[in-house]
Design a protein around this ligand. Structure first.
Ligand code: ATP
Length: 310
């Protein structure tokens, strides 16, 4: 058999704003979010294997925490593509991770996005970008964004995407955490906190708080203008309080980054990775050095990078 391999990289993401509404009738949290892809990539290498074989291997950051069985998002992506196209071709899929696992940066979603593109090419399926995006949404709300990357507004559950104009390049410093937070647990705690706020304010369920969650329009204009000072002031995450409650040492990480001169700091997605905005490349490098001196491992990255379908 011809030994062919296809290698595709997809970026992890941060959320510059993540506004979350109460659970809807389908049991999901509606949200509005600004996704930005960052220059921390997951790479999936797909190679030919006999019919019926699907073998997953994982290397790199936190790889010991990632299952290599059918529960791996890459395996689920492969099964979905096989079913969609009515094929049973085999593949070996090697995942090389740089995005922290369970870190709120969509690493598993980036793996699934890269796998869809790699297998589409390896198996010669010619599935269109539009169809791949629809398949991606079945795998997880963040997967469509990881296919496209750059900067986008995500609505509904984050899976309906609108590209956002963005001038210049934002420079981030990421501080991963040894602790891991499971996204469903963070949402459950968000529900608990929202319930207690509701009862404190004696707001009737179904009234004011049922409004659709909305990202501040001022943030969108700051991104369009490429003004890191304004963007830094407008970073928001409705899940941050839950992440801090579940992992209190994160408060100190936020404080350290503020003390190091960050223009804004935020827990990324469901956490516990923390992101800090710097004015430019040199300032990001200096902030990362400040973190190292304070005993925190920090990774400078750039925002707005393209995904494999962009
Ligand atoms: P979210 O997209 O919800 O923000 P996250 O970035 O916090 O997720 P991930 O690293 O994507 O977290 O993975 C969360 C869990 O999914 C892990 O604990 C792991 O057990 C499981 N998982 C399944 N497939 C993968 C994969 N390919 N890479 C990483 N984790 C995976």
């Amino acid at each position: 058999m011809e030994s062919r391999e296809v290698r595709v990289s997809a970026p992890g993401k941060v959320n510059l704003s993540l506004r979350v509404g109460p659970v809807d009738e389908r049991g999901y949290h509606p949200l509005e979010t600004v996704f930005q892809a960052v220059s921390l990539y997951e790479t999936v290498t797909a190679s030919a294997a006999p019919e019926g074989t699907l073998a997953i291997s994982v290397s790199g950051r936190d790889s010991e925490l990632v299952p290599c069985d059918e529960s791996n998002l890459v395996s689920r992506a492969a099964r979905l593509l096989q079913k969609h196209c009515g094929v049973t071709y085999g593949a070996r899929l090697a995942i090389a991770k740089t995005v922290p696992v369970a870190g709120g940066m969509g690493g598993g979603s980036a793996d699934a996005a890269a796998a869809l593109c790699a297998l589409n090419e390896l198996w010669g399926l010619s599935v269109s970008s539009e169809e791949l995006t629809l398949l991606a949404a079945q795998l997880g709300a963040d997967v469509p964004f990881c296919l496209h990357g750059k900067t986008m507004l995500g609505t509904r559950y984050g899976d309906v995407l609108t590209p956002l104009p963005a001038a210049g390049t934002l420079h981030w410093v990421l501080v991963p955490s040894a602790a891991k937070l499971a996204t469903p647990e963070v949402y459950r705690h968000f529900d608990v906190l929202s319930e207690s706020t509701l009862s404190e304010n004696t707001v009737l369920p179904g009234s004011a708080d049922r409004r659709a969650p909305q990202v501040e329009r001022e943030l969108l204009s700051a991104i369009a203008e490429g003004d890191p000072h304004r963007v830094g002031k407008l970073l928001r995450n409705d899940l941050q309080e839950s992440a801090l409650a579940l992992h209190p040492p994160l408060r100190e990480v936020l404080e350290t980054l503020r003390a190091g001169g960050a223009l804004g700091v935020l827990v990324s997605g469901s956490g516990p990775t923390v992101m800090a905005l710097a004015e430019g490349e040199a300032e990001a490098a200096a902030l990362a050095d400040f973190c190292f001196a304070a005993g925190l491992a920090a990774i400078p990255v750039t925002g707005g990078v393209a995904g494999p379908l962009a």
